[in-house]
Design a protein. Sequence first.
Length: 187
Amino acid sequence: MNPAMTTEPVILGARELTSDPELGGRIAESAHQILATLVSGGAALGWVEPPSRGEVAELLGHVVSAAQAGDAALRAAYLDGRLVGLGYWLRYARPTHRPHGDLEKIAVDAADQGRGVGRALTAALIADAREAGIEVLTLDARGDNTSALHLYRSLGFTEYGRLPDFVAVGERRYDKVFYMLDFRQRG
């Protein structure tokens, strides 16, 4: 399946990505380019230094394996036939936390931010979590990532905690903000 040339993001899941050898062969390299560029620019994605190609390939392999087992969802966004964003959630591993999932990453190429890609990715991952029977979907974000925090609130997430000055990037400190989307409270 080749993502169509379009101005609206085409959102693909792990099944589509792994069943198409052309897409599957390119996603790790394209994802690495996006993540490394964003982290180099100071994006709050969990790395202080840009991840290596191997780290990104290993991460994607882990998420795809978990998705195949029903314990994750991976989504990739394409615009004009090129990867412009990706995101995933993972089910919590502890037996007492298994009904819940953690939205771990949403990353959109800086050149394509503001075009609805992050919203489309997040909405697709929320739908995947609901379909997988997730009861509570959580996430954490750096407090200065105001665009992401606004997006999460607009999609129904609520803040349930904050650790002031918890994230250390060199000498700078940022709040770590915790959000949740409780599907048990929705119809």
